[in-house]
Design a protein around this ligand. Sequence first.
Ligand SMILES: [Zn+2]
Length: 559
Amino acid sequence: MSHRRPSVSASIVNLVASFCFLCLLMPSVVASAPAVDLHELNWYVHVDLIDAAVGEDLAHWQGVIDASVASANRLLEGGQGPFDQPCCVRLGRSVSVTIFGTPGDGLDVIDSSADQTAISNAGGSGSNAFLVDSITYCGGFSPGAIGCGLKPACNGKRNDDPNLWMIVTVESFDSETLAAVVAHERGHNSCLSHVSAAECQLMQRSVFTPGLPGCMTASECSDYRAARTTTSSGLECGCYDNGGALLEDGTVCTELADGLCSGGLCGPFAGDAGVKLIAAAAPGTSAGGPPDDALRISALSGEWTTLAQFSGAAEDVRGMAYALDSETLYGVVPTVFDDSIVTIDPVTGTILSTVGTIANGAAEIVSMAYDPGATNAPEDDRLIVIEAAGLNGELRWIDPASPSTTTLLGAIEVHPTSLFTGLAYDSLHGELFAATPFADDGLYVIDLSSCPPSPCDASQIAAAGLFRDDASLAFSPDSGMLYLVGTADFGIEFAGRTFYNVIDPTTGTSVETLSLDVFTPAGLAAIPEPGVGIGIATGVMGLSMVTRQRGRQANLGRA
Ligand SMILES: [Zn+2]
């Protein structure tokens, strides 16, 4: 077996230097929502990044910037769990991205104090953001930096201190962290400093792939909002109430023609906003823990809340699946010997009843998926499960009408099979997927046509790169997407992380990768939201220069 941890791809170092220098995108019409504090930035791309021959003209880079800013806004405005203060703030731009510098002037690689001074003098007044190739200087020698932002004197003067600047890099874009870096560096412009507790926090000094962090405290949100560039954006956070709390998931929002609120964001009901995820989990830790609580997760933003403990007896649930045809949420309670099949109320998160007992002794069902069969009637439904014993395991199926017996499909010859803790069936394409911590890709396709007879062919999806501990997986036929939650840690020095992915099952590619407030999952199910399918200042003062660095884990010690 090959079982490994994701590597650290980037880190940030906070440098303090003495410088004598003082230093968005979804229209809303809901009347009672809070106003967006808008940060309008003037964006510049260094001339040496323009290479029309390979398709990298100015329009290309403007598209890169706009997509990253849109993603950054989702991090800021959406929730990522109980720690996160969703923040009614967006970044935007009022003018087109323009080119700065002259060919060969070296400002595509910021590697000296002189370069930094040139950046600070470039652009007009207001808040300027620069896209360059790379950075090795940010208030000092900073090898591997992927962003750099001016932190002004935080003297209470807000509403766009003039001549603020931030620098982000193509290196960051290439490592798929640009959205978080944009939001982070503007956080420095907004007087935010690095935080020591990392996990999902936006202002951590490191970006750990594979997930973008977006969590802020209430105080950080307040500072971020105060650094707006206009006091009257004319925009509103349509999925917040007028007190700043998030509207309930599934609430109709008017920013889109068919919009539903999900985790503080307004999204099309035919997409992730139309999906609510229920997880079996231990909230508040990524280091294991009994999965005896039901969590509700927004498929759009990753926002999550604890619904309830599954039962008064604190029963663990491992493996969940939602049977669409019968509108029944199933789970497995792996008691010491036999396993129980239970039904769970998807609204309250509590166990409704035990409907079956699988007499499997010390073997345990570790994951469950739902196959709706050929018809919309429940009679041809199947629950597909992986049952593990020691290092070995088998794929079996359960008829929900007689849930005390299982039928063998075939062995899974990847060991230990007990690590196949995520299972989901794409009923649109007839494909069974499994999520595991096995390198290099974690995500498997299990070929149901290969078994019975045993074994079932299981192969990793090349280049998926989605290996997770405690992996849990679900599929929604409403959005057509796979949803993955799992954990990873980076050694004893660093807190573990909980990651959330939205995966296109036709390619195995993750289209959204977020770092959430921590929990340890053990099961995941996707349920349609009820409405889905119906339509519906200049001066002289010392200041802190803060830099975001890219490099290996060792860089973290330098602060
Ligand atoms: Zn920073």
